[in-house]
Design a protein around this ligand. Structure first.
Ligand code: ZN
Length: 336
């Protein structure tokens, strides 16, 4: 018997497996939400038994999870997980990574595991509704956000979510970095979006990114972290590096006591043209009226207008006028 069926068990123990498994067992069928004890998980790993969840898959469905392509994707996800941890972009069991391997199949990281410790056998496979199809460990609860991105953006093949400190600092003050300061950032990210806060892991949280992901490959998640999508897992991680380094550099520059110098309009337009050639999204590709550059009123960050009000240079000017008025009134009051 190559396949053993324990799909009626809520908890699968080592005893269940040793009683049922034979020498030629290569597959274990378990319920979608069944829990496997650590020793049962270890047994499947030692005996190279693949775990399929939620009943029998359609013909060929489970082969995908153990295909050479899937094995290469799993290796890449583990490698990227270690990079995220080494750069301090993930803390505790935070962050998650996924890759769309089939029209309705996504390989993703499991919940409750540090991205530094990921092994290929720890990864899971889900469908586009989040139902787990394979993997001994339960999938990340944040997969719902990844799936919204895959459904919204056909070009998105990989999604990385993490908590890099500098970009997250912007997300917790509700501001975004200005554009037209550093060429690499302009080409790979450019105008970054900021989504409103929602409780992580919920469908409401997953939906907060929908309005932004078609025209932005990177979104700052209000009071939380960031999410990036790309054509590969490696490239999605690059965007996390580019946005966090950019935010960090702006924070340093803003302490130097001099205003930022900006890349001039025509040179900035050159960068936007390079970006379009690379096939990278940017809302400015479509908006002929909008100025290429967002220039900050204060050092290093720009305010996001309240919901329902379009971003316009006027709100920045109003901010400056208000700041100047406040200072003049304060100066007059101290003179009295
Ligand atoms: Zn998170």
């Amino acid at each position: 018997m190559k396949s053993i069926d324990l799909s009626n068990e809520k908890v699968i123990t080592l005893g269940d497996l040793t009683a049922a498994a034979k020498d030629d067992t290569i597959e274990l069928l378990v319920g979608e939400n069944a829990v496997m004890t650590p020793s049962a998980l270890e047994f499947t790993e030692q005996h190279r038994i693949s775990v399929r969840r939620g009943g029998r898959a359609p013909a060929g469905g489970n082969d995908l999870f153990t295909s050479p392509e899937a094995e290469a994707v799993k290796e890449e996800i583990c490698h990227v997980g270690r990079k995220l941890w080494q750069r301090q972009y993930v803390d505790g069991n935070g962050g998650n990574i996924s890759y769309r391997i089939g029209p309705n199949q996504v390989i993703c990281t499991p919940t409750l595991l540090s991205k530094a410790d990921l092994r290929p056998q720890d990864l899971c496979m889900v469908d586009l509704e989040g139902k787990q199809l394979a993997g001994g460990r339960p999938r990340t609860s944040e997969i719902l956000m990844h799936l919204e991105i895959y459904k919204e953006v056909p070009e998105a093949k990989a999604v990385v979510h993490c908590h890099p400190p500098h970009a997250t600092a912007y997300a917790i003050v509700g501001r975004v970095p200005p554009t037209c300061v550093i060429p690499e950032y302009e080409v790979f990210i450019g105008k970054v979006a900021l989504s409103p806060y929602e409780t992580p892991g919920t469908p409401e949280f997953a939906r907060t990114v929908i309005p932004f992901v078609k025209t932005h490959n990177t979104v700052l998640l209000g009071n939380h972290g960031i999410v990036c999508w790309g054509d590969t897992v490696t490239h999605a991680e690059w965007y996390a590096e580019v946005v966090d380094t950019y935010c960090w550099t702006l924070m340093l520059a803003s302490q130097l006591g001099a205003p930022l110098s900006h890349i001039a309009g025509d040179k900035a337009a050159d960068l936007l043209a390079i970006k379009k050639k690379l096939g990278l999204p940017d809302p400015r590709h479509e908006d002929k009226e909008c100025a290429v550059c967002d220039l900050p009123a204060g050092p290093g960050s720009i305010a996001i207008p309240p919901p329902g009000r379009p971003a316009s240079p006027r709100s920045e000017i109003e901010e400056i006028i208000q700041a100047v008025t406040d200072r003049v009134i304060a100066a007059l009051q101290t003179k009295r």
